[in-house]
Design a protein around this ligand. Structure first.
Ligand SMILES: [Zn+2]
Ligand SMILES: [Zn+2]
Length: 98
């Protein structure tokens, strides 16, 4: 499920609004630079990357690494803080997007 809500950074105290999580049959992966890659849960194909030449490739094809910066992708990460890039947040879920 995808969520929208307020995240409060434990490092710098900034509160910002973000959305995160899987939705519409696609898992959400992030790299440490906060590039988001959405992966079809049935086929494993990365979605929405046709523009940068990654169209039709699966997560296995890129060895689980970010197509933009080659750092390792992980699922279940919260968006990083836009100010300090911290990823340790207090979470206040405002809604579920299904
Ligand atoms: Zn911060
Ligand atoms: Zn990246």
């Amino acid at each position: 499920m995808a969520y929208v809500g307020n995240l409060t950074c434990r490092d710098c105290g900034l509160t910002f609004t973000a959305r995160w999580g899987a939705s519409h049959g696609a898992d959400e992966y992030r790299c440490e630079n906060d590039h988001v890659v959405r992966v079809d849960q049935e086929t494993g194909i990365m979605l929405g990357l046709a523009a940068n030449g990654a169209g039709g490739r699966t997560l296995a094809d890129v060895f689980g690494r970010c197509p933009s910066c080659s750092s390792e992708l992980a699922t279940g990460l919260l968006p990083s803080c836009p100010v300090c890039s911290g990823r340790d947040h207090d979470v206040s879920v405002g809604g579920v997007l299904g």
